[in-house]
Design a protein around this ligand. Structure first.
Ligand code: A3P
Length: 319
C-alpha cells in the first residue's frame, strides 16, 4: 500500500450500495460483506483495510467482537509491549484513552479520506480489529505477526452491546428502549460485526492451528487470573516477563494500571470522544461477569444460548 495516496472511495461507495443491508439492534443500518455485518462507520474502513494493509512480521493485532473487553486488552497489550519504556507512573495510559494508543483499522485508521501512513510507525506496531479472522488481509495471516483475540460470555456481550447502543443518540436512529426489541434479528446474528459465533469460531480455529501466532482469550478468564494471562500475552509476543520482573511485581503493576476501576476513573477516560463519535466514557460501564441476568429475561437468555451452543457444537469451544 502507498502512503497518503487517496483511495478510490467512489468505488467503495458503489460497492457498499450493492451489499445486503440489515438493521442493528438499535435500527442503525448494517452492511453484509464477506460474511460479516458492518456498521456504517466501519464498512468503508473495513474494505480499505482488507485491500491495503501490509503486515510486518513484528505487528501485533488485537481482535475481538465489540463489547468483549477490547479496551482492556488494548491497555494490557500496550503496557506489556512498552513496559521497558514507561514505568506505570508515567504510562501514556494515564493521559490517553486506550483507543487512542491502539487504533482500530476499520473505524479509525482506514476510515479517513486518505490512506493512513503506517510505514513510519516504529515496530512493534499494535493495531486492533473487529473483523473476522477469515476476512483479515492475507498479509496478516501469512506473516509472522501475532494475533490476540478476546471474547466474552455471549450473554454478557449481548447485554453490554444493548447498553452501548442505547447510550448515544444518532441521526435517524431511534433509541433502543426495550431489550426484546428486534430480538429475532439478534438471534440470527445480525449485529455489529456479527454473527458472534462466526467471529469467535474463526479465531478459535486459528488459535488451535497456529498457537504460536494466535492467542484466544476469554474475558472471564482474565477476570479470574489476570497475572497468568498477562504472562501468556507476553510469551506470545516473544517478550516473556523475566524472573526479575516477576519478583519486582511488574505484572501486578500492569494489571492494576489497566484495571477497570483505575482506567474508568481517569479524567481522560471520563471525558472526550473517540474518533468514531463514541464518548470515551461509554467504553466503561460495569465490567461484571454474569451481569446479563440483571437485564436479560431467562427465556431470551436460553434462546440465545441455544443458538450459540448449536453453532459452536463440535468445535471444542463453549461458554
Ligand atoms: P460492560 O458493559 O459489561 O460493563 P469493549 O472494550 O470491547 O468495548 O468492551 C466493553 C466492556 O468491557 C464493558 O463491559 C466495559 O465496562 C468493560 N471494560 C472496559 N474496560 C475494562 C477494564 N479495564 N477491565 C475490565 N473490563 C473493562
Amino acid at each position: 500500500s502507498s502512503n497518503g495516496e487517496s483511495v478510490p472511495r467512489d468505488e467503495i461507495q458503489d460497492l457498499v450500495a450493492g451489499f445486503p443491508c440489515g438493521k442493528n439492534w438499535d435500527g442503525a443500518p448494517l452492511y453484509f460483506y464477506k460474511g460479516v455485518w458492518y456498521p456504517l462507520l466501519a464498512i468503508k474502513g473495513a474494505i480499505s483495510f482488507q485491500q491495503h494493509f501490509i503486515a510486518r512480521d513484528t505487528d501485533i493485532i488485537l481482535a475481538s467482537m465489540p463489547k468483549s473487553g477490547t479496551t482492556w486488552l488494548k491497555a494490557l497489550a500496550f503496557s506489556v509491549v512498552n513496559r521497558s519504556i514507561y514505568s506505570p507512573t508515567e504510562s501514556p495510559l494515564l493521559t490517553t484513552p486506550p483507543h487512542d494508543l491502539v487504533h482500530f483499522f476499520e473505524m479509525d485508521l482506514y476510515s479517513k479520506h486518505q490512506l493512513p501512513d503506517l510505514e513510519q510507525l516504529a515496530s512493534p506496531r499494535i493495531f486492533s480489529s473487529h473483523s473476522h479472522y477469515e476476512t483479515l488481509p492475507p498479509s496478516i495471516r501469512d506473516s509472522g505477526c501475532k494475533i490476540v483475540y478476546i471474547c466474552r460470555n455471549p450473554l454478557d456481550q449481548l447485554v453490554s452491546s444493548f447498553h452501548f447502543v442505547g447510550k448515544f443518540k444518532r441521526e435517524n436512529v431511534k433509541p433502543l428502549t426495550s431489550i426484546d426489541e428486534d430480538f429475532d434479528n439478534v438471534c440470527i446474528g445480525i449485529r455489529s460485526f456479527g454473527p458472534f459465533w462466526d467471529s469467535v469460531l474463526g479465531y478459535w480455529k486459528a488459535s488451535l492451528e497456529r498457537p504460536d501466532k494466535v492467542l484466544f482469550l476469554k474475558y472471564e478468564d482474565l477476570k479470574e487470573d489476570i497475572i497468568f494471562y498477562l504472562k501468556k500475552v507476553a510469551e506470545l509476543l516473544g517478550i516473556p516477563f523475566t524472573e526479575k520482573e516477576e519478583k519486582d511485581g511488574v505484572i501486578e503493576e500492569i494489571s492494576s494500571l489497566c484495571s477497570f476501576d483505575n482506567l474508568r476513573n481517569l479524567e481522560v477516560n471520563r471525558s472526550g470522544v473517540h474518533p468514531s463519535g463514541t464518548p470515551n466514557s461509554a467504553f466503561f460501564r460495569k465490567a461484571k461477569v454474569g451481569d446479563w441476568c440483571n437485564d436479560l429475561p431467562p427465556s431470551m437468555a436460553e434462546r440465545f444460548l441455544k443458538i450459540v451452543e448449536e453453532t459452536l457444537a463440535g468445535s471444542g469451544l463453549s461458554f
